[in-house]
Design a protein around this ligand. Structure first.
Ligand code: ATP
Length: 343
């Protein structure tokens, strides 16, 4: 389904919880809403699913009007599949029957074969006869996912679908789900707190803050070219350092010069440097003192203080193993940076 939101506002009794939300998700693509707790992500999904009316704007699926003020297609008539955190499994049905539940109109043999195939996919074929109360939280989430996928909905909405899973299973299931969705050309919109999950799953990510969409872009663009300081801060680690932009778009910093691809006025700026933008180089004239280190396995994240007082982060191979207090040579590893105007 090609999903379109046009300036949608929705909320509960008092104030709007989502405000003028606009984005478009082409058929077969996977989108993700990322934002702090309470920013309105679940409310956005509920409005798309048809559980909340919209107060202004329009929601369209394949060009068909689903929601507008005074217009509301009921949830069951929207052909949208859902995996919601609070959408409980049917307690009196076993796992297999739960997954087959949405396939009532299918012939019995086909229905069971499909439910079993989906249980296989989520790694629960051995639990086909177990009841929901006999499953762990993570297993229940996997059953809910299989149940939502079974009828092959043209649009699938997923609210924190992997929150009860451990990191390894989360990654495996995420990759598997992405493959299935792409194979079938299913459009999906996912809500998550986890940036890693968003990066791994989504073609396009929307960052929401207090009900407003700050940016709707690819993971790369969000991370390296955030539209504002909120997105820069929310998506990934980094540091802002002072710089001076000239009229040609070149920015000078204590660490060196780089080009700023987005247009902006000349003058004092704050430059965003991600941990991968700074590298170790003993030949570099720029020296910095290590004030903190965090071992991450293959890499170590160093916090370094420059002579001028600003602080940067650098993600370096962990075998280098510098000591806190040590002074090392560093340089920019990139030729282009994102800068924000002061103020
Ligand atoms: N049924 C409801 N009635 C009244 N207010 C609600 C209701 N559901 C949510 N809210 C309020 O709307 C705001 C947004 O909630 P929502 O669940 O959409 O945020 P979220 O971004 O999904 O948060 P989280 O990541 O914590 O799940 C919150 O301030 C919440 O208190």
């Amino acid at each position: 389904m090609h999903l379109q939101l046009e300036s949608v506002s929705a909320g509960y009794a008092g104030a709007d919880v989502i405000r003028e939300l606009s984005f478009e998700l082409p058929r077969g693509s996977i989108g993700c809403l990322l934002g702090p707790s309470g920013s309105g992500k679940t409310t956005a999904l509920r409005a798309i699913a048809g559980f909340e009316p919209v107060r202004s704007g329009r929601i369209l699926g394949d060009g068909r009007l689903l929601s507008a003020p005074g217009w509301h297609v009921p949830p069951e008539a929207r052909a949208i599949g859902m995996v919601f955190q609070d959408l409980a499994l049917l307690p009196h049905l076993d796992t297999l029957a739960n997954v087959a539940f949405g396939l009532q109109r299918w012939p019995r043999r086909k229905r069971l074969a499909r439910a079993l195939a989906l249980l296989e996919l989520v790694g629960l074929r051995d639990h086909a006869r177990a009841y929901p109360h006999e499953l762990s939280g993570g297993q229940q989430q996997r059953v809910a996912l299989a149940r939502a996928l079974a009828p092959q909905p043209p649009l699938l909405l997923l609210d924190e679908p992997f929150s009860s899973l451990d990191a390894e299973l989360r990654e495996r299931l995420g990759q598997e789900l992405r493959r299935i969705l792409q194979q079938r050309g299913t459009t999906a919109l996912l809500v998550t707190h986890s940036q890693q999950e968003a990066f791994a799953m989504a073609d396009v990510i929307g960052v929401i803050e207090r009900g407003r969409l700050r940016q709707w872009d690819s993971a790369y663009t969000l991370y390296h070219r955030p539209a504002d300081r909120f997105v820069a801060d929310f998506v990934g680690e980094g540091a802002l350092v002072p710089g001076e932009r000239d009229e040609t778009g070149v920015v000078r910093m204590e660490l060196g010069r780089a080009r700023c691809p987005t247009p902006g006025r000349p003058g004092a700026v704050q430059v965003l440097l991600r941990p991968g933008d700074v590298t170790h180089d003993e030949k570099s004239p720029v020296r910095a003192t290590i004030v903190h280190k965090a071992f991450r396995g293959a890499e170590t994240l160093y916090t370094l203080r420059l002579g001028g007082g600003s602080t940067v982060l650098a993600l370096l191979p962990s075998h280098l193993d510098f000591r806190v207090g040590e002074t090392v040579g560093i340089r920019l590893a990139v030729t282009e940076v994102t800068a924000f105007e002061n103020g």
